[in-house]
Design a protein around this ligand. Structure first.
Ligand SMILES: C=C(O[C@@H]1C=C(C(=O)O)C=C[C@H]1O)C(=O)O
Length: 355
């Protein structure tokens, strides 16, 4: 078949696709109008989005289009569909080019409006004050563990966790220096450094660290300092025009970070949900063990637990825990009731569809 003929076939398919996409958009506008009349139904419905994406993946069977590409296309279709109903604003930890920016783009697509907040507390602040509808914050990394800056914010906020995002994390050593031997300073901070610890100890053993947050700021500093290097994202290297001297310096090839979407949404039960809680146990022997047994007794699967010091009393801790299930599921309700018996307080931070 000739090239002209093949291109004619593509043109014909595009005509159908565009008309179908327009029909989909019209229906989404109608959904938006219905939501406007019902006070508790929110524009962003992560549980519905997960169903849409899973359904589309099931339809794909073994088609020629890579599954990741299909998911990315649908994320953009849904992003445009939400923006039609009402433009939504998402605050992330900037400047542009950070992993949090990438996670926000991956989840909300390019039709959302993004705002770069200067630190994690500002992300919470912008959503609390209504300047952004949602915020995206990093919460744990598969190599480095929990992100304390984020966990500590949950003591003081009334915002809810409404979705989670997982992304693969690749770190780049960016520098204008000709070789690694010429580097005199490394711009980075605890999380990325911890994920590249072995590489840095082997290749930059005596190079002083200049604490710089977040990753895109490290790229910016490296762009201004001919003898400096930064640990950065590929996107930030591109934005600040600084060469990648060594790609993939992360120690673990399966390095992944989990992000949380915070806002005022409270997604309904889907049968595949997760719940996050903050609790403080009574200061008496065995209380943490008894508190944790509440989950075991009711067959609720704990996926993460982290202790953080309370800021007001020395040596007192609060626990941040994630488990499978929705706050409205019966086993979860029973586990929470028992947890409350052994705790000074229990604060449910949100139930949301599992990522
Ligand atoms: C159309 C809806 O609104 C939004 C857009 C969706 C879509 O385009 O498929 C899905 C979920 C919502 O975030 C809906 O809630 O069904």
């Amino acid at each position: 078949m000739s090239l002209t003929n093949l291109r004619e076939q593509i043109d014909a398919i595009d005509s159908e696709l565009v008309s179908l996409l327009n029909r989909r958009a019209e229906i989404s506008l109608q959904v938006g109008k219905q939501k406007a009349g019902e006070p508790n139904v929110r524009i962003f419905a992560p549980e519905r989005e997960r169903d849409v994406i899973q359904r589309v993946l099931a339809l794909h069977s073994d088609g020629a289009l890579p599954k990741d590409a299909l998911v990315a296309i649908y994320r953009e279709i849904i992003s445009a569909s939400i923006a039609l109903q009402r433009p939504i604003t998402v605050a992330y930890w900037g400047p542009p080019g950070t992993f949090t920016h990438m996670a926000a783009l991956q989840r909300f697509g390019s039709s959302a409006q993004f705002h770069d907040a200067s630190n994690i507390p500002s992300i919470f602040g912008e959503v609390e004050r209504g300047l952004a509808d949602f915020g995206v914050v990093p919460v744990e990394n598969s190599t480095e563990g929990v992100v304390n800056y984020t966990l500590d914010m949950f003591h003081e906020t009334e915002l809810k966790i409404c979705a989670e995002i997982y992304i693969n994390i690749a770190h780049q050593l960016v520098s204008q220096a000709k070789s690694i031997a010429d580097i005199k300073r490394l711009y980075t901070f605890s999380q990325p450094l911890g994920q590249c610890k072995q590489w840095v100890e082997t290749h930059l053993p005596n190079v002083p660290i200049v604490e710089t947050m977040p990753t895109s700021r490290a790229a910016e500093r490296a762009s201004e300092d001919p003898e400096g290097a930064g640990i950065s994202t590929e996107k930030a290297a591109e934005i600040y025009g600084v060469p990648i001297l060594q790609p993939h310096i992360e120690d673990n090839a399966n390095n992944r970070t989990r992000f949380l979407v915070i806002g005022r949404n409270e997604p309904p039960q889907t049968g595949r949900d997760k719940t996050s809680v903050l609790f403080a146990v009574k200061n008496e022997p065995g209380s943490l063990g008894r508190a944790l047994r509440a989950f075991e007794d009711h067959n609720v699967n704990l996926s993460m637990i982290a202790s953080r010091p309370t800021r007001n009393v020395s040596w007192e801790y609060v626990q941040f825990a994630d488990f499978q299930g929705h706050e409205k599921d019966e086993p979860v309700q029973r586990a929470l009731a028992e947890l409350r018996k052994h705790s000074i307080y229990v604060n449910v931070l949100g139930s949301y569809p599992e990522g």
